[in-house]
Design a protein around this ligand. Sequence first.
Ligand code: ATP
Ligand code: MG
Length: 362
Amino acid sequence: MLRIENLKKTFPIGQGKVQALQGVSFVVSEGEFFSLLGPSGSGKSTALRCVAGLERPESGEIFIDGMCVYSSATGVSVPPDERPIGMVFQSYAIWPHQDVFQNVAFPLLYGSKGPRPSKAQIRESVLEALRLVQMEAYHDRPSTQLSGGQQQRVALARALVRKPKVLLLDEPLSNLDAKLREEMRVELKELTRSLGITSFFVTHDQLEALAMSERIGVIMEGKLVEIGEPHAVYTHTQNQRVATFLGAANTLPGRVTQVTPQATLETPLGALSVRGANGIGLDENTWVAIRPEAIMCSRHPEALPNTYAGKVTRAIFLGSFVDGEVQIREHTLRVNLNPYDDFGLGDDIYIHIPAERCQIVS
Ligand SMILES: Nc1ncnc2c1ncn2[C@@H]1O[C@H](COP(=O)(O)OP(=O)(O)OP(=O)(O)O)[C@@H](O)[C@H]1O
Ligand SMILES: [Mg+2]
């Protein structure tokens, strides 16, 4: 439905330049909710604005619903209002001098080429879009009287009013308070699913991306470094920087001391068995990522591989878990302790790390 091929975009800055996109390619399938996730300045908005036609890349190709909307090779560049897209920005961009109805009607009046729809058609389309976001009753309200969440809904209705093929969402929830944001997360996800619309969502918020997306692309410094389903990207991260960006992760250096039947690494903890270390060679130096919640903690040693004795050096009670640190030899590991186990500073502890939860990262 949306295909991006080898997109490159550079911005001149002073004497130099910023390579905002360095050859980004991905495909979003029909009806899929796809998120581009990355730190600030990584190129997310630039990618989305290229799809919208608000930014012109130097090279690459963009296809929406089989139609080429940009190609550096053939010189095609379809103007934004002729692309079958709807867009929602972080800032909402709701016009204060217009009421709700007028804001939502705007793309129908000024957006598209061809004959203008009749007044009755416009009314029907606007009220239908407002109904989708449960704002029909507010159609004659001045925009200045809306809450942040309501403005966001109106922005969404405006993006949907032309029945676009692809919905482009640039951090649309970032300005909402935490509670409303969680509610809107669910609502937005349900709405896009029920409409069956293809969604391209951009966020720097890991939880948002993990919770909402069918697939996530992680972008760093203008390069797509990892792509996949949220669970797979989180638990089988290939890249060390992505591993720490997606959530807390311990990273340990290791030297490969055995490759069959299972890889074993010599690490600061001692010998560590690792599952799924295909292609790794004997004596190679590598890195392993282990998430705090992958580590099992107990007061008693169990006769399992990858079990180590240590001492608790930090225990911060966070309600559903205790954010802990355990010192093993010279190394400190971050772990999630169970609040009911009541571990305190200086306590002896045994940790067990299942081999399949150790991820080799580059
Ligand atoms: N119009 C512009 N002129 C010059 N540089 C720009 C322009 N737009 C973006 N950039 C630069 O391109 C890079 C990518 O910017 P982009 O806005 O795509 O980042 P982002 O991932 O959306 O970040 P954020 O999470 O902060 O919104 C940044 O280094 C930014 O400073
Ligand atoms: Mg941005």
